[in-house]
Ligand binder design. Structure first.
Ligand code: C5P
Length: 397
């Protein structure tokens, strides 16, 4: 896996109101171990102070080409040579136009022109400015020049208008940066994932569900995206944001999940079944709320289809990965489950440690035996799991 911790990025901030989000972006990237060198335009300093950016990045902020920081007055060369990528966030319409034309009248635009590393640009502007043919032409030119454009998003703007032009949220930008640095080991590979719990209705307001948060499944979707996979995520009810770039399909019940899996699995290379699918559904859910009575209530439950079992039993199944959450006898139950489900790889965890938590520990079972992925946060674990999947998948294809 590419070592994110060794990466250095120049974060260029230009003069737009979304500049306040660059503070959070810096914090998120620094937390990932990435070194951030901030360079701001004069206009950006009207929106957020260099002091804030310096405190968050832990480094002197560069603004001026003629500043005293660099003895040789070559900050534009020094900074662009000591970086793995430049990200401009927010990038105003004006700054984008400057990039297109190769203008270099301040430190940030000069270092962009002098760069010998990739550049990512996160536009942020009023919707009319974004839609203006001049801006659209400029964006097309940047793409043609090999620049990666991140966003913008649709929604409410600082000016009160609604439309395209909002900068992506810091978490989305941070994810995009992490994705950018990963080797694209799954480029062109289609990954189908199930995640989260299912909810089986009893009546109009009650149902049977479980405590799955969806965190592990969403982290795996994110890790697969980082490796360049095309990800379809079929998810039960969760409170999580969709990983940027995944095709998210929300379902409620196991039956709905099964229907969507059947629809999409024919076009799938790797199927990762992380969802905590309810084993049973209510035979006859009531459309109205069941009234309370003094006596007991008996519900008839029917078994739900085994979605993973169905996929692994297909004549030409995709590479299947199953999950097992056990409360005890993890090794024994998981090894048996892998054989029963007829899958090449099963990831097992203890429910007491896994459900709802941000950290987890996995034991992988495959033809070669067991491999422990030690306790780590779920995204880190997901990345390690994906490395294992890539190895086995490549071997079989
Ligand atoms: O033992 P169990 O059948 O619950 O195995 C768990 C694995 O099977 C998980 O990968 C889960 O996503 C999947 N599963 C499924 N459909 C079910 C039950 C579990 O795909 N009805």
């Amino acid at each position: 896996m590419e070592q994110i911790q060794t990466k250095r990025i120049v974060l260029g901030i230009t003069g737009g109101i979304a500049a306040y989000k660059s503070a959070e972006l810096t914090r998120l990237l620094v937390n990932q171990g990435i070194q951030i060198q901030v360079a701001m335009t004069e206009a950006a300093c009207h929106f957020i102070t260099p002091t804030t950016m310096q405190a968050l990045s832990g480094k002197q902020v560069f603004i001026n080409q003629w500043g005293e920081h660099t003895a040789n007055h070559m900050a534009h060369i020094n900074l662009s040579r000591a970086t793995d990528a430049i990200i401009i966030a927010p990038a105003t319409a004006d700054f984008i136009a400057k990039l297109v034309h190769g203008l270099a009248d301040d430190l940030l635009s000069t270092l962009c022109l002098a760069r010998n590393c990739p550049m990512l640009v996160a536009p942020a502007m009023n919707r009319q400015m974004w839609e203006n043919p001049a801006t659209q032409r400029n964006i097309q030119q940047l793409v043609a020049d090999g620049v990666t454009i991140l966003g913008p998003a649709n929604g409410t703007q600082a000016c009160g208008e609604e439309g395209m032009g909002r900068m992506l949220e810091p978490s989305e930008l941070a994810r995009a940066v992490l994705t950018f640095f990963q080797p694209k080991l799954l480029s062109g590979v289609k990954v189908l994932l199930t995640a989260g719990p299912t909810y089986e209705a009893i009546d109009a307001v009650r149902g049977i569900t479980n405590r799955s948060s969806g965190k592990m499944g969403y982290a795996i979707a994110q890790a697969a995206l980082e490796l360049g996979a095309e990800v379809t995520l079929i998810s039960g009810p969760t409170a999580l944001p969709c990983p940027h770039g995944a095709a998210l399909m929300n379902i409620t019940s196991a039956a709905e999940m099964f229907e969507l899996v059947q629809k999409h699995v024919t076009d799938t290379d790797i199927f990762i079944s992380v969802a905590a699918v309810a084993d049973y559904r209510v035979a006859q859910p009531s459309e109205q709320k069941i009234k309370k009575s003094t006596g007991g209530l008996t519900l008839e439950l029917l078994p739900n289809p085994d979605i993973l079992g169905y996929v692994s039993g297909l004549p030409k199944p995709p590479f299947c990965v199953g999950f097992a959450a056990e409360s005890h006898n993890l090794y024994e139950y998981a090894a048996t489950k892998r054989k029963t489900k007829k899958i090449p790889l099963l990831a097992a965890n203890l429910v007491q440690q896994a459900i709802g938590a941000d950290d987890n520990e996995l034991v992988l079972f495959d033809d070669a035996g067991e491999h422990v992925l030690p306790r780590a946060n779920k995204l880190k674990l997901a990345r390690a799991l994906l490395q294992h999947i890539v190895k086995l998948y490549r071997r079989g294809n």
